[in-house]
Design a protein around this ligand. Sequence first.
Ligand SMILES: Nc1nc2c(ncn2[C@@H]2O[C@H](COP(=O)(O)OP(=O)(O)OP(=O)(O)O)[C@@H](O)[C@H]2O)c(=O)[nH]1
Ligand code: SF4
Ligand SMILES: [Mg+2]
Length: 421
Amino acid sequence: MGLNDTPKGERIHIAIFGKRNAGKSSLINSVTGQELAIVSDVLGTTTDPVYKAMELLPLGPVMMIDTPGLDDEGDLGELRVKKAMMVLNKTDIAVIVIDVKEIAAVQEKLDFQFERKIISIIEAKKIPYLVVLNKTDTVENWESKEQEVIQVVKSELNGANCMAVSASANKNIRELKELLGRLVPEEEEKFQIVGDLLQPSDLVVLVVPIDKAAPKGRLILPQQQTIRDILESDAIAVVTKEYELRETLESLGRKPKLVITDSQVFAKVSADTPRDILLTSFSILFARHKGDLEEQVKGAMAVERLKDGDIVLMAEGCTHHRQCDDIGTVKIPRWLLQNTGKKLSFETSSGMDFPEDLSKYAMIVHCGGCTLNRREMQFRLKQAVDQEIPIVNYGVLIAYMQGILKRSLEPFPGIHFLLEE
Ligand SMILES: Nc1nc2c(ncn2[C@@H]2O[C@H](COP(=O)(O)OP(=O)(O)OP(=O)(O)O)[C@@H](O)[C@H]2O)c(=O)[nH]1
Ligand code: SF4
Ligand SMILES: [Mg+2]
């Protein structure tokens, strides 16, 4: 991934749903202007969700997701439908595609059971969505029928936002993109990484270890994103390694507003940062940015309740651990065993394999989820909270086990109180 790329977790995820052959893959190709997805008139051509990162004007960087048909049948078909439904957990905007031929031909017995079902889930999840009638080129005199058909669909589907296009003839595709731009949830804008804690010209010191786990020639994404957020707030970012931190602080000439450190060197950085300077970590900032910091602080405290025989789930957002090395597989399990003195066992999940049923776990320790978007992370948190299983991320747990969580929550008074004696 290049420095200029928007991280996957920060892109707006637009997912396309609909029955087989509705033209979902064709619509993705038409919107992106590229032949990305395989299109054919065989029912069930797309068998797995397909992700494509792209710039979509006027929206900016997005992730387009093609999905298998919602009316697929048989054991395999059901599995594919399930995979399509799972995509909803990370969808920021949903598009439901309907083949307009079906409507124009049989106006008296419209069957929208699949569309209704997914729309009810989409509405429950409060995901903005749009119904797209596709293949208008196949209907004779479409223009004269367009308004009437759209009204029929709207009334059948509870007043849904609806428009008509032709993916093959590229008709109304620009209008579709504009409408998608207007559906971007405002909420996405609100969650800054650190900018909301800063005033213009505040100094922020970032502590970034350059050890063998650090990627060659660049900074990792959370570090890049934090620097970007600081600069956007008109504050000043100073980046240093843990060994130069003391010298850096002494040479600044004024007190920084905040020191942000990598969790792995938390203890040293805490010792080297004077007590009157606020200190936190990238993981804690991202726990707040992506989800629910409060829930994760409660999750960390569950360490005290672990007992012999408990199983801890180590959950990773991706399978290649680009920036996590062996933290989740080796280091945290070892620290947890040492810290609690209990006989614990560990299971691992990675990528999209986050288990639905979490009941056998005493605790879930999740990675920072740099490849997961906010919705997916929130979904996982909610799943854990609903099943009453404590959940915490790597960095929050490390800070807790090292006795510095309380200090690192001082920048967030609303959450700090949780750790008050
Ligand atoms: N005439 C016309 N044909 C279209 C249009 N969009 C798609 N098609 C055709 O409809 C068929 C199905 O298109 P796909 O894009 O593969 O449909 P899909 O929804 O992805 O189908 P599955 O992957 O099987 O679920 C193909 O033969 C396309 O060429 C359109 O706007 N007009
Ligand atoms: S394991 Fe998690 S934090 Fe690590 S690289 Fe993968 S998604 Fe990012
Ligand atoms: Mg397809």
